[in-house]
Write a protein that binds this ligand. Structure first.
Ligand code: ADP
Length: 319
């Protein structure tokens, strides 16, 4: 293999750039030319492809987002659209592809692999919703952004006898909520896994206020579970707290990646290159018990999401 391509796809995540840098530098140091494909699978189909040299990835390890851009392209599920992508790869004599993204991007990589293009997936998503890896690139940075913001809300909440309801990203996977809830000492954590019962939430908050004489309370809730503004109004009406809602939104996607995300992305990128150079295809890299491993994509896509029951129980013991 003499030439490989790299693209970022789906939702962006801090640390994607560190992975791009790692793939480019690792490839170049082993005599491989690396081509950047801009705007994910869309750029592959539209031939937005350019060779990258060492200087192109200088200093990007500290930048959030992705210098290659990301996009979603529903039509990539169609065979004829993927054929167009393969023609472009052939035109540039690109023989292998590193795809940085989530499960959706993995499906695209698997489809290309099945059409004869060597592909390796690298997990990146702030939601940590890729079941095949313990951690994905971007999760740690997003979690730290949430912690920073929740800590600030706590300061003002305790001055005003408030209950802050904070909506965080991650609907399919409640990891941001549960990890943030534990690390900020939130009173309540609500995710898809815990379920949502409005009456129970109000009763628990009132109980916390009365029995523990708390000056404030924090509720961390995953997105798309309920309208947090309405919940805050009900908290004001039915408990002794004054309820306030905050939706953290896209702020969670940005920022310079943490040390942990930079290391993980760097290791993943380098491993992806090694796999391609060893003629491996149709796999994704992952972290399992702290080790960097690789897994066949069809198997990876079938792994069920982990339950966080142990973490919820830990949280309950400490509230
Ligand atoms: P993520 O990779 O973050 O999970 P998406 O689910 O939006 O994000 O997927 C990213 C892109 O991957 C899609 O826009 C599409 O181009 C491609 N993709 C998703 N599913 C498939 C599939 N079954 N076959 C081919 N390509 C797919």
């Amino acid at each position: 293999m003499k030439r490989i391509g790299i693209l970022t796809s789906g939702g962006d995540a801090p640390g994607m750039n560190a992975a791009i840098r790692s793939v480019v530098r690792s490839g170049l140091s082993q005599g491989i030319e690396v081509f950047g494909i801009y705007d994910g699978y869309q750029g592959l189909v539209e031939d937005k492809i350019r060779q990258l040299d060492r200087g192109d990835v200088s200093d990007i390890i500290i930048q959030g987002g992705t210098v290659l851009g990301s996009a979603r392209l529903e039509e990539f599920k169609l065979l004829e659209i993927r054929q167009k992508a393969i023609e472009n790869l052939k035109k540039h004599e690109i023989e292998g592809l590193v795809v940085i993204g989530g499960d959706g991007s993995y499906r695209g990589a698997l489809a290309l692999h099945e059409m004869g293009v060597p592909c390796i997936g690298v997990p990146a998503t702030i939601d940590n919703d890729i079941a095949s890896t313990e951690y994905s690139i971007g999760f740690d940075t997003a979690l730290n952004t949430v912690i920073d913001n929740v800590d600030k809300l706590r300061d003002t909440s305790s001055s005003h006898h408030r209950c802050s309801v904070i909506e965080v990203m991650g609907n399919r996977c409640g990891d941001l909520a549960i990890y943030a809830g534990i690390t900020t000492g939130a009173e309540l954590i609500i995710t898809k896994e815990t379920g949502y019962d409005e009456m129970e939430v109000l009763e628990r908050l009132q109980h916390i206020e009365e029995s523990k004489k708390k000056r404030h309370a924090m509720v961390i809730i995953s997105e798309k579970i309920t309208d947090v503004e309405l919940l805050a109004e009900k908290i004001s009406r039915h408990t002794n707290f004054s309820g306030r809602s905050t939706v953290l939104g896209h702020i969670q996607r940005g920022g310079s990646p943490t040390a942990r995300d930079r290391i993980l992305a760097t290791q993943f990128g380098d491993r992806a290159v090694q796999l391609l150079l060893n003629d491996v295809s149709g796999q994704c890299v992952a972290v399992n018990h702290g080790e960097i491993v690789s897994i066949d994509l069809p198997e990876a896509l079938k792994i069920p999401r982990r339950s966080r029951k142990d973490l919820f129980e830990l949280h309950e013991r400490l509230v």
